[in-house]
Design a binder for this molecule. Structure first.
Ligand code: HEC
Length: 341
């Protein structure tokens, strides 16, 4: 790709240079050159003489001759182009092209990819490599080749290809964790299969994901997909445990944040404030209070009494919650105050 781009840019640069320098290449002939030069020398001589005059006696005569020389110079047709060397022009144009060329090769490709989200950039790259990887897998018949094909297809969201590739990998090694869990999650979510998924297939798909998590328990993706899978069966507590384990294994992982917050809120029986918040407030202020339709509550500077007043009386477009009172209200206020710190 880059090599092709390089050749195209180089060809364009050469063509442009040729066009730009065309007028300079032909010999410039000036029929009045001799006369022009004579007059110019005369003008210089007269000017020098005028400047160095010590008495004024010759001034009128010199001024008269200088004026006539200037008039004659003006009367000549304009010179057809200054005798500018070709090399300064080549250097200038070359430098400009170099800057444009370097810019095109370094800035533009990044800019083109910048228009895509990081995931999309990966997807585009993966999609481009698919035919080659598929050919290699059917040629080599190795688990590695099938996995490489499957991974690229999975990243490119080509789920039916990914399913075939991972199935190929599992034929060669039935305990390959990544192939197991990814095939399982695709089956479970109906990705890559046209037919409706039966009850039995669903539990088989879940088994694939769970087996993978048992084979590679410390692989973050094992726990992430196990969490998703458990959640589809309504196993909130187990799902939350798997997803929290995923977050421990991969602290940078943001994939499950929303689901974790949602599960936490719905499973958190010990904290009535969180439960109440999840039921009544999260839809507008976000699962973690970071804002949505309503403002970010971590940034609120209201006192406890003012918070209570907003909750019970409403504010602007926020509805009033006169029924939140007593211990429930206290727990909710504790939670909001906890965020303000
Ligand atoms: C329908 C959406 C909605 C819901 C539900 C909602 N809020 Fe609000 N909330 C808002 C909006 C909008 C504002 C901004 C009001 C304004 O300033 O005009 C707001 C403002 C607030 C403020 C004031 C923040 C500040 O510093 O000014 C607090 C505190 C607050 N909400 C808490 C809650 C709590 C607690 C709940 C649940 C009991 C809740 N909200 C439910 C929309 C909502």
């Amino acid at each position: 790709m880059t090599a092709l781009l390089l050749i195209v840019v180089a060809l364009l640069a050469l063509a442009g240079l040729g066009l730009l320098l065309a007028p300079l290449r032909g010999r410039v002939t000036d029929p009045d050159a001799a006369e022009r030069e004579r007059l110019d020398t005369e003008r210089q001589r007269l000017t020098a003489e005028l400047v160095s005059l010590e008495t004024d006696s010759r001034r009128p005569e010199l001024e008269h001759r200088a004026a006539r020389t200037l008039r004659d110079l003006d009367a000549l047709p304009p010179a057809p182009g200054r005798k500018l060397g070709v090399w300064p022009a080549v250097t200038g144009v070359g430098a400009a092209l170099l800057i444009v060329g370097v810019g095109a090769l370094t800035f533009v490709p990044r800019w083109q990819l910048a228009a895509l989200a990081p995931n999309e950039a990966v997807a585009v790259k993966s999609a481009l490599s698919l035919p080659g990887l598929q050919a290699q897998a059917s040629r080599d018949q190795t688990g590695t080749a099938y996995l490489a094909w499957g991974d690229a297809a999975f990243d490119a969201a080509q789920y039916s290809q990914a399913s075939s590739a991972y199935a190929g990998a599992l034929k060669l090694d039935p305990r390959q964790p990544r192939a197991l869990r990814r095939l399982g999650i695709m089956l479970l979510t109906g990705q890559g299969t046209q037919a409706a998924v039966s009850q039995e297939q669903t539990s088989q798909a879940f088994l694939l994901v769970r087996t993978a998590a048992q084979l590679a328990p410390n692989d973050p993706e094992s726990q992430l997909l196990l969490g998703y899978a458990l959640n589809t069966f309504g196993e909130s507590k187990l799902a939350l445990a798997a997803l929290e384990r995923y977050r421990t294994l991969e602290p940078q992982g943001r994939d499950a944040d929303d689901l974790i917050a949602q599960l936490r809120a719905s499973t958190d029986q010990t904290d009535p404030g969180s439960r109440l918040y999840a039921q009544s407030c999260a839809s507008c202020h976000g699962a973690n209070g970071l804002g949505g339709v309503g403002p970010n509550l971590h940034e609120s500077r209201l006192s406890r009494a003012e918070l209570q007043s907003v909750i019970q009386n409403g504010k602007g477009t926020m509805p009033a919650y006169p029924n939140i009172k007593g211990a429930a209200l206290a727990a909710l206020l504790d939670k909001l105050e906890g965020w303000q710190k």
